[in-house]
Design a protein around this ligand. Structure first.
Ligand SMILES: O=C(O)[C@@H](CO)OP(=O)(O)O
Length: 249
């Protein structure tokens, strides 16, 4: 059996990444740098001959637009698209809209990093009527209330992403396709944790840079041939991942 190739792509820099605000499910757009990163992502796909047959995205603008720009650049704008809230960024609860530096100063390093990177400590829940709540957003109208998050830790993200992974992404991989998944820092960390069987402790140290495609070749059991996959621009990925790790400082 030939298993297809998986390409993970975190959206380019968003308006709120640049302002250093916790974002989560808030539907902010890419900024100009993010659009450039998305184009570069598409060029890398083209240069490496890694041309997606199908794309899966979250229902958030920054991932959708990144995939569109990258695919347009790679001349693959015509491939089938599927979207799911299950690929959304982690819901950041009451931290959505808050400044990362101020939050670090107010709560201290330990609490800040527990909220940002621990596997199972969610931030405080958001109030349904908060200006940054998505409780009444039309795109989630058909979700039963118990599935609509008020906050999420990475463990929650993995639990809601896995049904989509197995129902929608895996069948494409098993059909031998090159599958692009355009999503977010923390939803991609959850998928990487699952693929590479990263421990709950080690996942805290893993950061995904914006706009650089991460290639995974998988064996018949869907285990990565190379642990951690391969960034199409490894040098840029290393530098950009360190910058993500240092946000708030
Ligand atoms: O704000 C967010 O939604 C995420 C991704 O930008 O931030 P962090 O890297 O702090 O988890």
């Amino acid at each position: 059996m030939t298993v297809g190739t998986l390409v993970l792509l975190r959206h380019g820099e968003s308006e709120w990444n640049a302002k250093n605000l916790f974002t989560g499910w808030v539907d902010v757009d890419l900024n100009a740098k993010g659009e450039t990163e998305a184009r570069r992502g598409g060029e890398l796909l083209k240069e490496h001959g890694l041309l997606p047959d199908v794309v899966h995205t979250s229902v958030l603008r920054r991932a959708i637009r990144t995939s569109e720009i990258a695919l347009h650049t790679a001349d693959r704008h015509w491939i089938p698209v599927r979207r799911s809230w299950r690929l959304n960024e982690r819901h950041y609860g009451a931290l959505q809209g808050k400044d990362k530096k101020q939050t670090l100063e107010e709560y201290g390093e330990e609490q800040f990093m527990l909220w940002r990177r621990s596997y199972d400590t969610p931030p405080p829940p958001i109030d349904e009527n908060d200006e940054y709540s998505q409780f009444s957003d039309a795109r989630y109208a058909n979700l039963p209330p118990e599935l609509k998050p008020r906050t999420e830790c990475l463990k929650d993200v993995l639990a809601r992403a896995l049904p989509y992974w197995y129902d929608a992404v895996v069948p494409d991989l098993l059909a031998g396709k090159t599958v692009l998944v355009a999503a977010h820092g923390n939803s991609l960390r959850a998928i990487v944790k699952h693929l590479d069987q990263v421990s709950d402790e080690a996942i805290a140290k893993l950061n995904i840079p914006t706009g650089i495609p991460l290639r995974y070749d998988l064996d018949d059991s869907l285990h990565p041939v190379t642990a951690g996959g391969q960034y199409l621009d490894p040098e840029a990925a290393k530098e950009a991942a360190a910058a993500v790790a240092n946000q708030g400082r």
